[in-house]
Design a protein around this ligand. Structure first.
Ligand code: CAA
Length: 291
């Protein structure tokens, strides 16, 4: 439907979602309405967008189609100047129970190589705006890996995290063997990956996998509350700060420090820095514009 409506505009793009097209709000909303496996509210609150994974019967198993929609939604929300923070959630029973086992079961290695299902995940990593995961119920396999792609995590006390791939004869493939040790340390990651055992929200909190655990009726509110705090800050400073923190995962200390320092100096080119510091001096709240 979207392709029909915007066929003319996008006709030149063999793969329209890969094109950098800035859409108006009504176009965005129309596009999001065409999505089947996620629900996107680009104006959930001022400067906050909400994405809800929406395959409840399958416990939000992350099949290719869902992941393609998620990739497209993130790309569009990232390009939408009104959005400053993205909250990603599932439902009370499941954030996501992993990659779709039924979709993968009959595939051979060459099929998997050709499909290259994890390439769609790269967009999550590339998203410049902060993503907060609001997790309840199962966050397993690819579900836990999706959680770890996010920047912060609020969990309901019913949340369960795990990498159970070993129990179906495989292993994590969407970053679990790399991000989990960084999040919870080698021995804990090893135990989770090699036994497939789940851990509770409380244990995930103790290990540093989640920021906060709250009663189930509050997990989304709490994530939005955190999003609100971040949305009040300068979007440019937030973007560079996020990039700098992520750099810590992929560089040596001295490279990371150099990167941080340059980003810090760069922020002095923004109006938001002038406003933020002037507001401090004048003892008032800053009004950040993202410029
Ligand atoms: N893929 C496909 N379908 C799934 C699924 C998955 N990962 N997880 C659950 N479902 C489906 C079930 O097949 C079931 O469908 P039907 O009603 O059609 O039978 C439905 O969701 C409900 O699930 P259950 O009946 O199994 O619910 P439960 O409460 O008894 O158990 C569960 C819940 C413990 C999460 C169990 O469903 C389970 O173990 N799921 C698989 C978890 C898993 O192994 N995840 C890793 C996948 S591989 C991966 O993610 C690789 C990677 O690195 C990206």
């Amino acid at each position: 439907m979207f392709q029909q409506i915007y066929g003319l505009r996008l006709a030149m793009q063999p793969c329209w979602h890969k094109a950098f097209v800035i859409l108006s709000l009504s176009e965005l909303i129309l596009h999001f309405r065409c999505m089947e496996y996620i629900i996107v509210e680009p104006r959930y609150e001022k400067h906050i967008a909400l994405i809800r994974l929406n395959r409840p019967k399958e416990l939000n198993a992350l099949h290719l189609e869902l992941m393609a929609e998620l990739r497209d939604a993130l790309k569009m929300l990232d390009a939408d100047e009104e959005v400053r923070v993205i909250v990603l959630t599932g439902n009370e029973r499941a954030f996501a129970a992993g990659a779709d086992i039924k979709q993968m079961a009959g595939k051979n290695a060459i099929d998997m190589l050709k499909i290259d299902q994890f390439s769609t995940w790269d967009q999550i990593k590339k998203t410049k705006k902060p993503i907060i995961a609001a997790v309840s119920g199962f966050a397993l396999g690819g579900g836990n890996e999706l959680v770890m792609h996010c920047d912060m995590v609020i969990a309901s006390e019913t949340a369960m995290f795990g990498q159970p791939e070993i129990k179906i004869g495989v292993m994590p493939g969407a970053g679990g063997t790399q991000r989990l040790p960084r999040a919870v340390g080698k021995v804990n990651a090893m135990e989770m990956v090699l036994t497939g055992k789940f851990i509770s929200a409380q244990r995930a909190y103790e290990l540093g996998l989640v920021n906060k655990v709250v009663p189930v009726e509050l997990y989304l509110d709490e994530a939005v509350k955190l999003a609100r705090e971040i949305a009040l800050q300068s979007p440019i400073a937030i973007r560079l700060a996020k990039e700098s923190v992520l750099k810590a995962y992929e560089s040596s200390l001295s490279e990371g420090l150099e990167f941080e320092r340059k980003n810090f100096y760069l922020l002095f080119a923004t109006d938001d820095q002038k406003e933020g510091m002037a507001a401090f001096v004048e003892k008032r709240a800053p009004q950040f514009k993202g410029a």
